[in-house]
Design a protein around this ligand. Sequence first.
Ligand code: ZN
Length: 397
Amino acid sequence: MSTTQIDRPQSAPHVDEPQSPLAALTPEQIEQLGREFDAIHDEVYADLGDRDSRYIRSTIKLHRHLVLAARALLMGSQRRPLWLAGTTALSLAKILENMEIGHNVMHGQWDWMNDPDINSQNWDWDTASPADAWRHSHNYEHHTFTNIRGKDRDLGYEIMRIDPHQKWHPVYLFQPLYNLILMGFFEWGVAVHDLNRAAINSGEKSKEQVVQELKAIGAKARAQIVKDYIAFPALAAFAAFVAGRGSLQSGKRSFKSTLAANFTANIVRNVWSYSIIFCGHFPDQTYTFSQAEVAEETRGGFYVRQLLGAANIDGGPLFHLLAGNLSFQVEHHLYPDMPSSRYAEIAPRVRDICRRYGLPYNTGPLHKQLGTVHRTILRLAFPGGKVRPKPGPYAPS
Ligand SMILES: [Zn+2]
């Protein structure tokens, strides 16, 4: 895989490196730690069954009920309370579908059920990224090369300077601004990012493939525009027209207010998923890695890199559900194929490994994690910048 244009290791500025906690472990300890992490995975997999399949099926059902309720409420979208209730229900439904269902089903977390629909090959989601392109850029690239500079294209998404190792360019002066735009239109940013500009420029990706992927994004865009900005507003307009005994005015108003509700729900979903996902790898606590550092990485070393490169967000069960359990980003990166509903259960065991091996366990409340992410985006818009201080070994409070 090629390096990105904005993060060529040979032109990277010199940055004072914090000592990686991996360096304090002996090869035997790293091997033992790898075995312990493998054991957690195998135990959970051996225990998967009815309880788990009931969970994902009821989550999908909950999503469908939320959509139905939202669409029904928005039939009366001209009335302020119904507009508010409908927009809230639709935003929640879109968030649930994207995070807890889409991301996790497409990861293959539920493939063990052998369900014809709930599996990584057949599932598609209500977002701009075509499933195939996303699976490659996320499941393979990001989860394999997590936080390796020049290899993990999710580090700054090719348009942001999120790590002081990245060479500064005047275009980054505008990143605080386009960061805001990315927040609102995150799904489109991810879709374009999946195209992989560097691979196109280097010729690694053929013209035919690019055309095919652009067509797939076009089809997803068309589906969303038709559904959210034409079909449902038209349906609401028709209902209002009939209820208003042929009043064109009321039909028009209903079309507009339903369209505004759908647009708002898409923006809310985008800001939410952006926030959860940016908190996964960009808070101060996380480490990035040079390619040389990981050249001879063992299984245990891989687990430690995932542990150091990811950060969790504290919260209650509802918060974790709406975050698609990516608030357990650490556990997700250790075990991307494990059903998300199991992350909360294994978190204490992961923390125990951190304690025994003197490793940090990155976590914090949403406002703190997000605050450090935005501070980095602001600071690194300008030249220079230091690696932020890293937490010490995990110690239970
Ligand atoms: Zn993932």
